[in-house]
Ligand binder design. Structure first.
Ligand SMILES: Cc1cc2nc3c(=O)[nH]c(=O)nc-3n(C[C@H](O)[C@H](O)[C@H](O)COP(=O)(O)O)c2cc1C
Length: 201
């Protein structure tokens, strides 16, 4: 039994301590990650997932938008400084961020085209997101680059759309920051296999 894939899976972890000491350039990384996203499966091969890659000042801008919106909902700069600033600074200190979107025009188009499957298409677009996000996360890990997955949408949707000129039909689903691994992930706990799997043979 080959288990290279399992080894790769184990390499992919949530890494919060990320830096900018990445040997690959954006010019190398982006075409690679685009190919990884293109190879990830989607229902009816609908290719509903969209990705925006932010580096440098654009990386800073993503996390400034998150910080500004959090400050607004938290009501005071003090509350933000005390509870949240260090965390957001950590995400901002990463090498880059992938903004993950679903093109709702694709989802609605399929709902109209195949009415009998109508209730499934949004769920399937989310599953396609999972396939693409997981593939990229693992492909980054294969190349020694750590990542974590955040969800400040829908709080930041409007400002992100304005800053990055995002089409109206693109719905923000996640933010994945990635960079050099400055500290490893902790141990991971697993629930009992017996509660999780059933085999009939
Ligand atoms: C769909 C999904 C949503 C997640 N959302 C967040 C999130 O909003 N913030 C966060 O810090 N981690 C998030 N995570 C990371 C999980 O907490 C993490 O994958 C899990 O604890 C297992 O750890 P591992 O990634 O190191 O294997 C998310 C993971 C998945 C798959």
């Amino acid at each position: 039994m080959k288990n290279e894939f399992l080894d790769l899976q184990k390499k992919r972890r949530t890494i919060y301590a990320l830096g900018r000491d990445v040997s690959q350039s954006p010019e190398e990384l982006v075409p690679f990650l685009e190919s990884v996203i293109k190879e990830a499966p989607s229902a009816f091969n609908s290719q509903s997932t969209r990705a925006v890659f932010a580096f440098g000042k654009y990386q800073d801008k993503v996390w400034d938008i998150v910080a500004d919106n959090l400050k607004k909902v938290m009501g005071s700069d003090e509350a933000f400084e005390k509870n949240t600033k260090a965390k957001i600074d950590g995400f901002k200190g990463a090498f880059g961020t992938i903004l993950w979107f679903t093109d709702m025009d694709v989802v609605h188009g399929l709902e109209e085209q195949f009415p009998s499957y109508k209730d499934n298409f949004y769920d399937w677009s989310e599953q396609a997101q999972g396939n693409a996000q997981y593939s990229v996360w693992t492909a980054l890990a294969e190349n020694g680059i750590g990542a974590n997955l955040q969800h400040y949408n829908p709080l930041i949707d409007e400002d992100i759309a304005k800053e990055f000129d995002i089409p109206k039909s693109w719905r923000l689903r996640a933010e994945m920051d990635f960079g050099s691994i400055e500290a490893p992930a902790g141990d991971k706990e697993f629930m009992e296999d017996s509660q999780r799997f059933r085999v009939f043979k």
